[in-house]
Design a protein around this ligand. Structure first.
Ligand code: SR1
Length: 325
């Protein structure tokens, strides 16, 4: 990569190498996150190598070791199982490599944590669920424990149920694998067959929501159910805005922006600057009505209509160029 005039070392000369080590490799959110990271890396003259963990904790761990051996100056760890990563992340730090974590809590004060303000995100989605359905309904809940963002969103789900005795969780299901949406769809069908009185599903990951919608469409019950989710992509917007869609709201950041922020955070560390320990990208609430009323069809349309969605000044610096294509 090219050097940037006036930037602190080593960015003034260029040639900085960073590894992005992912756990979940597939799906719209993670593809957009990676694309945003690549875009910001390019603007900074960083050579960014992306490792695909394919939901395999041992493989991801091995890839952190590979990155250390490649002599990178920075590593971004994107999701994963803390117990498989903590010691190799420390090994990277010991080798003088800067480390940033996105959505995985490595419990290490030297490792800044990027996140999407998951409490706020869940509050926004559930606030809309209550605005639409009142404080008494039978709910289905899609959750897989052990993922930091889902665990944080779960705290708000538990609080919401506690504060509203009329919200009854009739069933809980979910899977995170290489076909999350279709696995979730199969489980959703079983859950609805056993609990036909569910009217609201909280599915705070877009692959979950997509699976729930697939199932309600197939069961022919999409007019009786409402789905509230997290995340957004252009494909999600199409699903949400479709006529008769049960998917009525989602709370989301632009995942490409989260990728940009992650690269800026590691770049600041490499330059000897402090990006802060908790680096937050704030979500916005997006409703089916907003999308339809404003003819929003793509993530780019959302960027244009909602400035708070399209950019973040988290981990920014005057010497860090804005990411461009
Ligand atoms: C399995 S964890 C999935 C979540 O990670 C990111 O935080 C996205 O928002 C997604 O919902």
């Amino acid at each position: 990569g090219q050097g940037i005039a006036g930037a602190p070392a080593p960015f003034d000369k260029g040639g900085v190498k960073v590894a992005l080590v992912t756990f979940i490799s597939a799906g719209d959110f993670f593809q957009a996150y990676q694309a945003g990271a690549q875009k910001q890396a390019k603007a900074l003259g960083i050579d960014l190598q992306i490792f695909s963990g394919r939901q395999d904790a041992a493989a991801q761990r091995e890839q952190v070791e590979q990155a250390i051996n490649l002599g990178v100056q920075g590593i971004i760890i994107d999701h994963g199982q803390p117990e498989a990563l903590k010691d190799v992340a420390q090994k990277a730090l010991d080798a003088g490599i800067k480390v940033v974590a996105f959505d995985v809590d490595l419990g290490n004060p030297a490792i800044p944590q990027v996140e999407q303000s998951d409490h706020e995100l869940a509050k926004a989605a559930l606030g809309q669920a209550i605005a639409d359905n009142g404080t008494a309904f039978n709910a289905g809940y899609v959750y897989v424990a052990g993922f930091a963002p889902l665990d944080r969103r779960n705290e708000i789900w538990e609080e919401t149920k506690k504060a509203n005795a009329g919200i009854v969780e009739k069933a809980r299901w979910g899977a995170v694998n290489d076909t999350t949406a279709s696995s979730t769809a199969d489980q959703t069908k079983a859950a609805f067959q056993a609990n036909p009185d569910i009217t609201v599903v909280f599915a705070p990951y877009d692959e979950f929501a997509r699976g729930v919608k697939l199932a309600t469409d197939e069961l022919g019950i999409s007019d009786k159910v409402k789905i509230y989710s997290a995340d957004v992509s252009t494909a999600d917007i199409t699903e949400i805005a479709a006529e008769g869609s049960p998917w009525v709201a989602t709370a989301a950041t632009n995942p490409a922006v989260v990728g940009e922020v992650s690269v800026r955070a590691v770049a600041k560390l490499i330059a000897g600057e402090d990006p802060g320990h908790n680096i937050i990208v704030k979500p916005v609430l997006i409703t089916q009505k907003d999308l339809r009323d404003n003819a929003i069809k793509t993530v780019e349309d959302l960027d244009a209509k909602l400035p708070a969605f399209g950019k973040s000044d988290a981990a920014s610096a005057s010497w860090i160029p804005v990411a461009t294509q």
